[in-house]
Design a protein around this ligand. Structure first.
Ligand code: HEC
Ligand code: HEC
Ligand code: HEC
Ligand code: HEC
Ligand code: HEC
Length: 187
C-alpha cells in the first residue's frame, strides 16, 4: 500500500473519529443538565428569595405575574425591583448596580434554572388555576438564598401527578385527573 493511501484510508478516518468522540463527550459532560435536581447557575446579582419571598413575604405573583396570565411565569424587569429599591438600600453595591442598569435601560441577564426541551409544551396557567402551589414543582423557594432546582424536569414527574393529582390540589377541588394523552404536552 502506498504510504499516502494508508494515510487517507486509516489515519484520517481514525483522526476524524477521535475528534468527533472528543466533541461529543465534551458536549455531553458540560451540558447544563436540565433534569438534575440541585442545579443553581450563578446569577448576575445576589438576589435572595429567602429575603424577598420569605422574610419580606412579597407574593410570588408580585414578581412572576406571568404565571397567571401566560404560559411563562417570567422574571421581573428592573422596573419591578425599583418599586422598592429607588429608596431601599440604595447605599449597597448590588442595589447601585441594579439602579445603573435600570437607568441605562438594560435588563438583568438572569440565568435560567428550569428548562424543558423544545418538543415539550408546558403552560403555567392551568396549574395556577387548578390551585397547584408553586412549591409543589419548585420546592420551598421562600427559604432559598440561591434559587435551586428541586424538581427534575422528567416526563415521569409530570405524569405521576397528572395520573393522581389529588395531593397537589386544594381541598374540595373537583379535578381528579389531568391530561395524559401525548398531544397535551407534545404539540
Ligand atoms: C406543575 C409544575 C409547576 C408549577 C405548579 C409552577 N411551575 Fe414554574 N415552571 C415549571 C416548569 C416545568 C418550568 C420550565 C418551563 C419551560 O422551560 O418552558 C417552570 C418555569 C418557571 C419560571 C422560569 C420562567 C418561565 O416562565 O419559564 C419561573 C419564574 C417560574 N416557573 C415560577 C413559578 C411560580 C411563581 C409559580 C407559582 C405561581 C410556578 N412557577 C408554578 C413548573 C411549574
Ligand atoms: C416590595 C419591595 C421590594 C422589591 C419589589 C424588591 N426588593 Fe430587594 N429588598 C427589599 C428590602 C426591604 C431589602 C432589605 C432587607 C433588609 O436587609 O432589611 C431588599 C434587599 C435586597 C438586596 C440585598 C441588598 C444588600 O446588599 O443588603 C438585593 C441584592 C435586592 N434586594 C435585589 C432586588 C432585586 C434584583 C429586585 C427585583 C427583582 C428586588 N430586590 C425587588 C425590598 C424589595
Ligand atoms: C421580589 C421579586 C420576586 C419574588 C417576590 C419572587 N421571585 Fe422568583 N425570581 C425573581 C428573580 C429576580 C428571579 C431570577 C433570579 C434567580 O433565579 O434567583 C427569580 C427566579 C425564580 C425561579 C427560577 C426561574 C428559572 O430560571 O427557572 C422560580 C422557580 C421562582 N423565581 C419562583 C418563585 C416563587 C415560587 C416565589 C414565591 C414563593 C417567588 N419566586 C417570589 C424574583 C422574585
Ligand atoms: C403536581 C401536579 C402536576 C405536575 C407535577 C404537573 N402537572 Fe400539568 N397539570 C396538573 C393539573 C392539576 C392540571 C389541570 C387539570 C385540569 O384543569 O383539569 C394540569 C394541566 C396541564 C396541562 C393542560 C392540559 C390540557 O388539557 O390542555 C398541560 C399542557 C400540562 N399540565 C403539562 C405539564 C407538564 C409538561 C408537566 C411537567 C413538566 C406538568 N404538567 C406537571 C398537575 C400537574
Ligand atoms: C404531562 C406531560 C406529558 C405527557 C402527557 C407526555 N409527555 Fe412525553 N415528555 C414530557 C416531558 C416533560 C419530556 C422531557 C423530559 C424527558 O425527556 O423526560 C418528555 C419527553 C418525551 C420523549 C423524549 C424522551 C427522551 O429521552 O428524549 C418522548 C419520546 C416522549 N416524551 C413521548 C411521549 C409519548 C409517546 C406520550 C404519550 C403516551 C407522552 N410523551 C406524553 C411530558 C409529557
Amino acid at each position: 500500500m502506498h504510504p499516502f493511501d494508508r494515510a487517507i484510508r486509516l489515519v484520517l478516518p481514525m483522526g476524524a473519529v477521535a475528534v468527533m468522540a472528543t466533541v461529543l463527550s465534551v458536549g455531553w459532560f458540560t451540558q447544563p443538565d436540565r433534569f438534575a435536581r440541585g442545579y443553581a447557575p450563578e446569577q448576575p446579582l445576589p438576589f435572595s428569595h429567602q429575603l424577598h419571598a420569605g422574610t419580606l413575604r412579597i407574593q410570588c405573583l408580585y414578581c412572576h405575574s406571568g404565571a397567571e396570565r401566560s404560559r411563562h411565569a417570567g422574571v421581573p424587569s428592573t422596573t419591578t425591583c425599583m418599586d422598592c429599591h429607588k429608596v431601599t438600600k440604595t447605599d449597597r453595591p448590588a442595589i447601585q448596580q441594579l439602579t445603573r442598569l435600570h437607568n441605562e435601560g438594560k435588563p438583568l441577564a438572569w440565568n435560567r434554572v428550569h428548562t424543558l426541551p423544545d418538543h415539550v409544551f408546558f403552560d403555567h396557567r392551568p396549574h395556577v388555576k387548578a390551585g397547584v402551589a408553586c412549591q409543589t414543582c419548585h420546592g420551598e423557594v421562600q427559604t432559598m438564598q440561591v434559587l435551586t432546582r428541586e424538581m427534575g424536569m422528567r416526563m415521569a414527574n409530570c405524569l405521576a401527578c397528572h395520573r393522581d393529582p389529588h395531593q397537589a390540589l386544594p381541598k374540595g377541588s373537583k379535578i381528579t385527573k389531568a391530561a395524559e394523552h401525548c398531544a397535551a404536552c407534545h404539540r
